[in-house]
Design a protein around this ligand. Structure first.
Ligand code: AHR
Length: 504
């Protein structure tokens, strides 16, 4: 079955060693050896005015499944169940042509505009107040990305005034007029989107972007000095991607709290090449974290600057589809992204799955209802269980070479310990297409209780997909026995397992 899906050539790529008897892999864990606190914001999301994400996915007035404000109740519940602590809006590329004043005030007076990012028409029926109302219904923190493509400093500044200043000035009073007496206190603001890309409206080189963003940042912070700013970091990874980030950090260092990274990966039909893609996520994070440290050291900056990985997902661009029909193997790659974010919990303090509804999304919504794609469950398992401190673990696993990467471990692992709950979580993707990995997990500090829970995401067909006809890909809950000093666990081939053990 698997060979039919994968093709025989894959096995030639497998170069690591497997033991005929005994253990194939070892994980050594010490709950005292921490990397850093996991910020729950790494389980965030992103919604954009693109395709059927907002209109039809989130907002569907008149549909019996919608509430009194026109928001889809089933979508709201599915997003709540993902436990996303932060959701970015309004784009994406859309934000570089968006003028926020079009989206406030009486709906019947809002202009319909030609929308150039995705070649559509923006009705402006959903704007700032509606987005913020939706965030409140979800129970998530808003994160607004301002227009530094075709927008102005003044427009960015005024948006902060509208959202965050008490009444008594022009834009704050507009908010009050629109029915919102109290300031919203929006804390997270993005300084533009992917301005390093020629596809962006208002594309700039690193120097021009940085100078422009610096003035926007100053004015925005003068409106509200409690806001946190995210600079637009690298979104494509040509030879000079680090130069972009270096210039941005050098210029904006005193104003920003985060620099963003974006990465989409797709399958070109070769399973192991696809599975190896998260290696690039590790590399991009580590190189950007090094640049941040270099900048902080050179200028003796005391405050931290973190990475916001504010767009990531699987996107098979080859078929240019916005509504990706995600299959089982895509969930393994998404788990790989999340493993990487946890392993870099000291530098990645925000990550946003792009996107949340219909477009490149874990949730597929139609007029008649919704279903959850395979990738939904990878994110949900992390968001529900993987909290506390990320752990610096030792992993010995057989390896493979693919997509130009050498020595990629079949077993991709991250681990966390939550001292409040005394819970140890091990998240492991077995990337091997057909071999289970018998693994000794050694616990070096404290004693494990005798039973652990395992949440397993597995399907024998890598191309299995959920749809309105059924959800064959869903996590299954099991238990496994532990000894005080560890456990032996066999990770099924091409699977994602999340083990939750109690420590005494
Ligand atoms: O998420 C889809 C698009 O991908 C976003 O608009 C853009 O920022 C990225 O290139």
């Amino acid at each position: 079955m698997i060979m039919r899906v994968l093709g025989v050539s894959l096995m030639l790529l497998a170069v690591g060693a497997f033991s005929a008897a005994g253990q194939d892999a070892t994980i050594k864990i010490d709950i005292e050896r921490t990397i850093g606190a996991i910020d729950p914001m790494i389980y965030g999301g992103f919604i954009e005015h693109m395709g059927r994400c907002i209109y039809g996915g989130i907002y569907d007035p008149g549909n019996p499944l919608s509430d009194e404000d026109g928001f889809r109740k089933d979508t709201l519940q599915a997003v709540r169940d993902l436990q996303m602590p932060i959701i970015r809006w309004p784009g994406g590329n859309f934000s570089s042509g968006y003028h926020w004043m079009d989206g406030i005030g009486p709906r019947e007076k809002r202009p319909a505009r030609v929308e150039l990012a995705w070649g559509s028409v923006e009705s402006n029926q959903i704007g700032t107040d509606e987005y913020l109302a939706w965030c409140r219904k979800v129970g998530t923190e808003p994160y607004i990305c301002v227009n530094l493509g075709t927008g102005s400093w003044e427009e960015a500044r005024a948006w902060v005034e509208y959202c965050n200043r008490p009444k008594g000035t022009y834009y704050a009073d507009l908010r009050v007029q629109n029915g919102h007496e109290e300031p919203y206190g929006v804390k997270y603001w993005g300084l533009g989107n992917e301005i390093d890309g020629p596809w962006q409206m208002g594309y700039k080189n690193a120097e021009d972007y940085s100078k422009f963003a610096l003035e926007a940042a100053k004015l925005m912070k003068w409106m509200d000095n409690k806001i946190q700013l995210i600079a637009s970091g690298s979104s494509h990874f040509g030879a000079d991607w680090m130069e972009w980030n270096r210039t941005v950090l050098e210029t904006l260092r005193d104003q920003i709290d985060f620099i963003s990274l974006h990465t989409y990966v797709g399958s070109r039909g070769n399973y192991l090449e696809f599975m190896a893609q998260p290696v690039n996520v590790d590399r991009r994070i580590e190189r950007t974290a090094a640049l941040i440290e270099e900048t902080r050291l050179r200028h003796n900056i005391q405050k931290p600057i973190y990475i916001a990985f504010d767009e990531y997902n699987v996107w098979h661009r080859a078929n240019a589809q916005f509504e990706v029909p995600y299959v089982f193997e895509d969930a393994l790659v998404v788990a790989g992204f999340l493993n990487s974010f946890v392993r870099h919990a000291d530098s990645v303090k925000m990550a946003n799955m792009a996107q949340v509804v219909n477009v490149l999304a874990p949730i597929h919504v139609e007029e008649r209802g919704l279903y959850l794609h395979t990738i939904y469950f990878a994110l949900q398992l992390f968001a529900r269980h993987c909290h506390g401190n990320a752990l610096d673990i030792f992993v010995k696993s057989p390896t493979f070479d693919a997509a130009g990467f050498k020595g990629v471990p079949y077993l991709d692992v991250s681990a966390a310990y939550d001292p409040a709950k005394k819970q140890l979580v091990i998240a492991a993707v077995n990337r091997h297409p057909e071999q289970a990995l018998s693994t000794r997990i050694v616990n070096q500090t404290g004693a494990l209780k005798d039973q652990a829970k395992v949440y397993e995401l597995f399907h024998e067909d890598l191309k299995a997909a959920n749809s309105f006809d059924g959800a064959p890909v869903q996590p299954v809950e099991k238990t496994t026995s532990c000894q005080a000093d560890g456990l032996t666990y066999t990770f099924p081939p091409h699977s994602f397992s999340l083990i939750v053990a109690e420590v005494e």
